[in-house]
Design a protein around this ligand. Structure first.
Ligand SMILES: [Zn+2]
Length: 512
């Protein structure tokens, strides 16, 4: 008999949640700090193909959390929001009482039987916040209460359903689940999970193309493109450097075609294109010799250039250029697109051994797992897919202008991040204005937010241990890390952290 354990949630709050909270506070709540009903959406943890690396179970909050709308890829979890009026109130609030109140609601729902019709009442959460709307700083504290019986729940063993049931039994089970789900779409448990769909790949490449024309206007003269794709018929309308001609006969290699077309726009440019695929952690490679050659090539290219724009269409393909860029202290500008939102950020610069608290983070600094294959088994919300057509041009323009502002700051890429400053405020750190760390844009609301993210001392791409190991073992380290994301987590210290967090006795009564 083993003790059945509860998997703790990782909280993930989208920027839109804070934006909406700010609006509600100003227009509607005002000084009312009574508890409000909100809704989170969660997904269970996921294991990768190697069955060891995993994404934790996540509870999401976004602007939709204030309404009872339901995203189909996740399950609803009701929550209580307590938004305090001052930072001191936030700090002084009796969190124990707040937590007890939340957990007693679960118990009440069990006793009065309402969990039968509304099983989501078994998974509730509490959130205490303080929103500093002048400085755009948000403080928050989550609690995820769970019941702790005197004698813990136990189980004999866990088994996959196909090992227990015949195919026809499984079909019946699936049918019964569908019938049940149709009746109660917000039910809080899954019996099975279908495989992820393969969606059309996002074409963030259009970002690159739009970028390059803007770069020309700022006087950039040497540009190298890296890509392993070919120009397809759907490309020219979105990616202004390509023409219909480039698509004929199976299409020209994108990187080479782009370099050629850029030279036509401005003959003074020295543009080159390399048909190279970027090796990625978690993806099986055909032959190590090819990977090694590509890593060497990429390392050389990063070393030879001053700035790297990361515009690829997956998270893990950004890892290698991020690490190499951190080692060679290059300006790395990262652009990532969602359907109607985007992120443009500069990676923080740092020396090994420098205090992490004082530096800016990179794209991977918020992760608690090393990058793994994110393309094979992800749902639509997690993949780069289709975007609004204007989005890449907006993000691309900002990426180029971010570089221009870095170059105009006395401290260059080492400059600290400017926070949100009113446009009427003339206090600027560069002749061009402020120099932010991250810009998150929301085309749905035609708004951009300027945000800062600190460096993380266990980051899988820019932390001391990772850079030291890279310094010591060179390309061998990179290849080993890409073959085995567990190794990368070990080097970064993420495995230790995960182990510690798994071993914590959940003392929810006291201080969860
Ligand atoms: Zn980092």
């Amino acid at each position: 008999m083993s003790i059945l354990q509860f998997e703790p949630f990782s909280s993930q709050i989208d920027g839109t949640f804070w934006e909406k909270l700010g609006k509600l506070k100003i227009d509607y709540y005002k000084l009312d700090d009574s508890e409000k009903e909100i809704y989170g959406y969660y997904r269970g943890g996921e294991r990768a193909n190697d069955s060891v690396t995993a994404l934790p179970a996540r509870l999401f909050l976004s602007s939709g959390s204030f309404d009872k709308e339901h995203a189909s890829f996740s399950v609803v979890s009701p929550g209580i929001l307590k938004n305090t009026n001052t930072l001191n109130e936030f700090k002084d609030l009796d969190k124990n009482a707040f937590l007890k109140n939340a957990s007693s609601k679960i118990w009440e729902a069990i006793k009065d039987g309402s969990v039968i019709d509304q099983p989501q009442l078994l998974v509730q959460f509490g959130l205490i916040t303080f929103a500093d709307l002048k400085k755009y700083k948000y403080y928050y504290w989550f609690n995820f209460p769970c019941l702790l019986p005197k004698n813990p729940f136990t189980y004999t063993k866990s088994q996959y359903l196909p090992e227990i049931y015949s195919e026809s039994q499984l079909d019946q089970l699936k049918q019964a689940f569908h019938d049940f789900y149709d009746k109660a779409p917000n039910c809080n448990f899954f019996l099975y999970k279908s495989n992820g769909h393969v969606f059309g790949k996002l074409n963030e490449w259009s970002t690159f193309w739009s970028n390059t024309k803007d770069d020309q206007a700022w006087g950039v003269r040497h540009i190298t493109f890296v890509d392993n794709g070919k120009v397809s018929y759907s490309n020219p309308v979105r990616q202004p450097l390509f023409t219909f001609e480039d698509c004929l006969d199976g299409g020209l290699p994108k990187a080479k075609a782009a370099a050629k077309r850029l030279s036509e726009v401005f003959p003074g440019v020295k543009a080159a294109g390399y048909d190279v695929s970027i090796p990625m952690p978690g993806h099986l490679v055909d032959a190590e010799i090819v990977t090694r050659a590509n890593v060497e090539k990429l390392e050389q290219m990063v070393e030879d250039h001053d700035v790297v724009f990361l515009l690829t269409d997956s998270r893990e393909s950004r890892w290698l250029p991020t690490v190499i860029g951190a080692k060679y202290k290059k300006i790395v500008i990262n652009t990532a697109l969602g359907f109607d939102s985007f992120l443009v950020m500069r990676h923080g610069m740092r020396e090994i051994g420098e205090n992490v608290d004082t530096r800016l983070g990179c794209y991977f600094c918020n992760d608690v797992v090393a990058p793994v294959d994110s393309l094979t088994d992800r749902t639509l919300d997690q993949q780069c897919t289709v975007t609004r057509p204007g989005l890449s041009a907006v993000a691309a323009g900002l990426a180029v202008e971010l570089l221009a502002s870095i170059c105009n700051h006395p401290e260059g890429p080492w400059a600290p991040a400017d926070q949100n400053v009113s446009v009427s405020d003339s206090a600027n750190s560069t002749v061009l204005g402020v120099l932010p760390h991250q810009i998150r844009g929301f085309l749905s609301h035609f708004q951009n937010l300027v945000l800062v993210g600190a460096g993380y001392n266990k980051c899988s791409a820019c932390s001391d241990p990772v850079l030291q190991q890279y310094e010591q073992d060179g390309i061998d380290f990179l290849i080993k890390a890409m073959k085995d994301s567990n190794y990368l987590e070990k080097v970064a210290g993420l495995d230790q952290m995960k182990m510690e967090s798994e071993n914590i006795d959940v003392d929810w009564d006291e201080d969860m």
